[in-house]
Design a protein around this ligand. Structure first.
Ligand code: SF4
Length: 344
């Protein structure tokens, strides 16, 4: 689970590549994945729904709200036990021995620093004194001076006794697009989000890490975040599905909607019952019927001939279902089986 503890960060002017969305920047908001958090129960519920094995605490800058971080560490470790892994991302801003001591006491397992300037790297020395896995997580920005700084940081991490450096493929987001273009970065032709040259820069730095240091180096491709989100949705989908919704293999939910006048809806209801569609897989709403997608696909042609309209709706398994795709009933009637077999 990703726990975004605040949108506040003192370094928005210094990180032109920052991926934080404009509507979270400098706002003191808390999110557990996509859920806005109003109470501890919101955090615990999301962790249960996605069957989380651990938490990544991020922001903004978590050290702006150290007591809040400590609180959530205690809440999560208290509920899910010591084995629930907790790691945290920081630019080092508010990191002191006292803050680290509190976080470690509350159950923090790993800390990942994101710091370019050598002065700031001294914060890493504070962290290695604690019972923590310590490393850095940096964007792989191609060219000079960025790649030189990454190499210098790797050497520093090694000398300070830290364990690893993660390099993230530089990615375009709504929040950083303009600044990345101004820096001369361009999206890769084969990707909507990954920046050209970043992957190659990461490879060069990883080769250096391997050759010149004793720390471990890792690369995280831009598409990995997407993959992680779909994996999370896949677990969430089966836990939040309404009886009329079916979880799809890829992590979405699908249901059917039937619309029409009162008479047509009543005929549709009779047909669904007659064909043995279980009553819990039908939801009668004002002016529409929601029904299990399998039933809508199976009976699509007959439903069209009864004068009904409607669609097969694919949604993200969030609390407020976000529509990903809609397939009109007439289309399903023509291609129903193909849709089912092709997975949309
Ligand atoms: S430190 Fe992190 S959150 Fe803050 S501006 Fe830089 S990239 Fe964004």
């Amino acid at each position: 689970m990703v726990l975004f503890v605040t949108g506040a960060c003192p370094k928005y002017d210094e990180c032109p590549y920052c991926t934080i969305s404009p509507w979270r920047r400098n706002r003191d908001v808390i999110y557990a994945d996509e859920v806005e958090v109003k109470s501890d129960e919101d955090v615990l519920r999301e962790a249960r729904l996605i069957e989380a094995q651990g938490v990544g605490i991020t922001g903004g800058e978590p050290s702006v709200v150290p007591r809040r971080v400590e609180h959530y560490l205690r809440v999560l470790k208290g509920e899910f036990g010591e084995g629930f892994h907790a790691h945290l991302y920081t630019n080092g801003w508010g990191i002191t021995e006292e803050v680290l001591a509190r976080w470690v006491d509350a159950g923090l397992d790993e800390i990942r620093f994101h710091i370019w300037d050598e002065g700031g790297w001294q914060k890493i020395r504070l962290a290695v004194k604690f019972d923590l896995r310590v490393g850095a997580e940096m964007p792989a920005i191609p060219g000079s001076p960025w790649e030189d700084r990454l190499r210098d940081l790797a050497v520093f991490l090694d000398s300070a006794g830290a364990e690893f450096m993660n390099l993230n493929e530089l990615e375009f987001t709504e929040g950083n697009r303009r600044s990345l273009l101004a820096m001369g970065m361009r999206p890769r032709p084969d990707s909507e989000v990954a920046a050209m040259g970043s992957r190659e820069a990461a490879t060069r730095v990883l080769e250096f890490i391997e050759r010149e240091t004793g720390i471990d180096g890792y690369f995280c491709p831009a598409q990995q975040k997407d993959h992680q989100m779909w994996m999370r949705w896949r677990r969430r989908a089966k836990n939040v599905a309404e009886p009329y919704e079916s979880p799809e293999e890829r992590g979405s939910l699908v249901y059917g909607v039937l619309k029409g006048d009162e008479e047509a809806l009543s005929l549709a209801l009779d047909l669904l019952r007659e064909r043995g569609v279980p009553k819990e897989r039908i939801l009668i709403k004002r002016g529409e019927i929601r029904v299990a997608p399998e039933a809508l696909i199976e009976l699509a042609e007959e439903l069209v001939s009864l004068g009904l309209e409607g669609e097969l709706v694919e949604v993200a398994p969030l609390d407020e279902r976000m529509v990903l795709a809609e397939y009109p009933l007439a289309y399903v009637a023509r291609h129903g089986k193909e849709w089912e077999e092709g997975g949309g």
